[in-house]
Design a protein around this ligand. Structure first.
Ligand code: URA
Length: 234
């Protein structure tokens, strides 16, 4: 009888698995346990989808009285998302948020902490200009906060900056006071995802009340510190 020569290298591994009733194998290759970030195309198409939902809003006084939608500006892949209140006259004409006087101040505030505006992502609570620049009504804030929440989930920022009381009310409700809550880090859960959030004064308010700029400077320094702590490249 011929004896078959065997060594461990010509063992058939499937036989061994069967023999030991193994139904798993160890692999050298690491298992990827993180969920993939939405890829470039996904994020753009999610944003397009959200924009068309807002374009299709019916029965909205803001939409009826405005020239066009003001949806966003900046880099959708930015780790920093800024939320204002709603478009003013210039924004309504140009279709972009923060392009008027408040926008000029916002740009300078960002530059003060070494951030270039095109590197952040900017939107507003309401995407159509309120008549005569009035503050959006609570019912309008509620209506648009559904879209805003979806917007936050799509952008998925590391830091969320809420500028002014309308942005605060859209995400925290009507009970807080911006003068008490600004300059504190808060965690906010939006559709089961947590975001590090800071409330700060709106630039338009700072234009009316320049003596409050000192508080905003403190808030900006806190934001810069957090950017450094999180090693955010911006
Ligand atoms: N104020 C806002 O809140 N948003 C703008 O886009 C412009 C002014």
């Amino acid at each position: 009888m011929e004896i078959e020569q065997k060594n461990q290298n010509n063992n058939n591994f499937e036989d061994v698995m069967e023999l030991f009733e193994i139904d798993y194998v160890y692999e050298n290759k690491p298992i990827k346990r993180t969920i993939d970030e939405p890829n470039v195309k996904d994020k753009q198409s999610l944003l397009e989808n959200l924009k068309s939902k807002i374009l299709n809003i019916s029965d909205c006084e803001l939409k009826k009285n405005s020239k066009q939608i003001v949806f966003n500006d900046g880099n959708p892949y930015s780790p920093i998302m800024i939320i204002g209140e709603g478009p003013g006259q210039k924004e309504d004409e140009m279709g972009k948020p923060f392009v008027g006087d408040a926008g000029v101040l916002l740009n300078r505030m960002l530059e003060a902490i070494n951030i270039k505006r095109p590197n952040v992502y900017i939107t507003n609570v309401v995407n159509y200009r309120p008549p005569n620049n009035r503050k959006p009504e609570p019912s309008e804030i509620n209506k648009y906060s559904v879209f805003l929440r979806e917007h936050i989930n799509i952008i998925d920022p590391k830091i969320l900056i809420l500028m002014g009381s309308t942005a605060m009310e859209a995400l925290f409700g009507q009970t807080l006071k911006i003068s008490k809550e600004r300059g504190k880090w808060k965690e906010i859960i939006v559709n089961q995802k947590s975001y590090q959030t800071i409330l700060t004064f709106h630039p338009a308010y700072l234009l009316r009340q320049p003596d409050q700029k000192k508080h905003s400077w403190n808030d900006l320094k806190m934001i810069k510190k957090r950017i450094d702590e999180l090693k955010i490249n911006i």
